[in-house]
Design a protein around this ligand. Structure first.
Ligand SMILES: *Cc1c(COP(=O)(O)O)cnc(C)c1O
Length: 395
């Protein structure tokens, strides 16, 4: 059994805070602060340029990628870290589309995160493809013979709705298409099994449920059957077969290494590496079971005690990731009032109160406190103050 008391003790959680926003930014693992401080002194300060070899900076994107691989049902040597998720989406979708050049359509759904859709739209314009966006429920039936790439975010950032990765992948393959799965709200949140689902490409960020810190590097995975055929499109020198030969022409590195672009963010990746220590000894089946326990308890508690909100997430836990949304006409102000009380979730336009549950550090005590505070605010109307209606730049 996974010891969630141990994992919780590995984080700095500020006094008085109930943190239910790890789906936007995970809290700081204590080891990350110490590891980065040590890296700055022992590696950067002392080793200088030698650190690329002596401290293993050059191999870090692959080494850390192997650690992420275990959490998403991928094998060693199949994942590489770097850049931001938006960049990795571009690389994965463009590589998938290049493997189906005779087909025009990139299909996604309206529950996808806008950045993924923006990236695909720009790519489609550049390569003469068409981005088609349908309702989440209509994805399966929109898969047809013109489909090149099915680009889906497994867990909807707003509703927590979880797509059937294996089912949609099988359907796309039957139609002759390839799949790109965005695991932004899946990695570290649910029991992802990329190889089991027979997916083709996957990408994700590491600052949400993987707790790598703001701006932590993203990851990309290619199924081994495509690894030597996938075109990286963003042909950066770090993805070259021999970066230090400084050839004028590009030759892709073998396998997933070709999806590297430029110099990796070593400091940020060091924080992520330390954050991944917390996952040692965590079984994904235990993670999923605890996540369901927490989200079920929260839904039951809110529906029994909080007037004026309606569930904006699937009621069936099998169809849900590790987050729960509730709608309220004044969701922004209600969330600011909650945050002022130390219960931190977030607001998503137009009217959603969003709460992420991270089994590594959230427990039933967090569920109870969040329900209590939300119930009190909604009953006494104390959320309705001018300061709670003022919008900040980042919501
Ligand atoms: C969080 C998130 C992003 C953010 O992309 P960045 O490039 O890291 O800013 C993109 N897509 C999805 C689905 C997300 O949930």
């Amino acid at each position: 059994m996974t010891d969630f008391n141990r994992t919780r003790a590995a984080f700095h959680l500020p006094e008085g805070v109930t943190y239910l926003d790890g789906n936007s930014l995970g809290p700081m693992p204590l080891a990350a602060r110490d590891r980065v401080a040590r890296m700055m002194q022992d590696e950067w300060a002392e080793e200088l340029i030698r650190g690329w070899n002596s401290a293993g900076w050059y191999e870090q994107p692959r080494r850390v990628g192997d650690r992420v691989a275990r959490l998403i049902g991928a094998g060693p040597g199949q994942v590489v870290m770097g850049d931001t998720l938006s960049i990795k989406v571009f690389q994965a979708v463009s590589a998938a589309r290049a493997l189906r050049p005779e087909r025009r359509v990139i299909l996604s759904d309206s529950g996808n995160f806008p950045s993924d859709l923006y990236v695909a739209e720009g790519l489609a314009r550049a390569v003469g493809a068409e981005l088609r966006v349908v309702e989440p429920e209509a994805v399966a039936d929109a898969i047809g013979p013109d489909l090149a790439v099915l680009m889906i975010t497994e867990v909807d950032y707003r509703t927590g709705r979880r797509h059937d990765m294996a089912g949609l992948t099988a359907r796309a393959h039957e139609a002759g298409a390839l799949t790109v799965w965005d695991l932004a709200h899946s990695a570290g949140a649910v029991d992802v099994d990329l190889l089991g689902a027979d997916a083709d490409f996957a990408v994700g960020c590491t600052y949400k449920y993987l707790n790598g810190g703001p701006g932590a590097p993203a990851f990309i995975w290619t199924h081994p059957r495509h690894a030597e055929a996938a075109e990286p499109i963003l042909q950066g020198w770090m993805g070259h077969a021999a970066p230090f030969a400084f050839d004028l022409g590009y030759r892709p590195a073998s396998g997933i290494e070709r999806m590297r672009v430029g110099t990796p963010p070593v400091i940020a990746m060091t924080a992520l590496d330390a954050a991944l220590d917390v996952w040692e000894g965590v079984a994904l089946a235990d993670l999923r079971a605890r996540s369901i326990e927490l989200t079920e308890a929260f839904i039951a508690g809110v529906e029994a005690n909080c007037p004026g909100v309606t569930l904006n997430s699937p009621r069936d836990p099998a169809l849900r990731g590790s987050q729960v949304g509730f709608r309220h006409p004044q969701a922004y102000a209600v969330m600011q009032a909650l945050i002022a009380e130390g219960v931190i979730g977030d607001f998503r336009a137009p009217d959603v109160l969003r709460f992420g549950f991270a089994p590594l550090y959230n427990g039933l005590d967090d569920v109870a406190r969040a329900v209590d505070v939300l119930a009190r605010l909604l009953r006494d109307g104390s959320w309705d103050k001018p300061e709670f209606h003022r919008k900040a730049a980042v919501t």
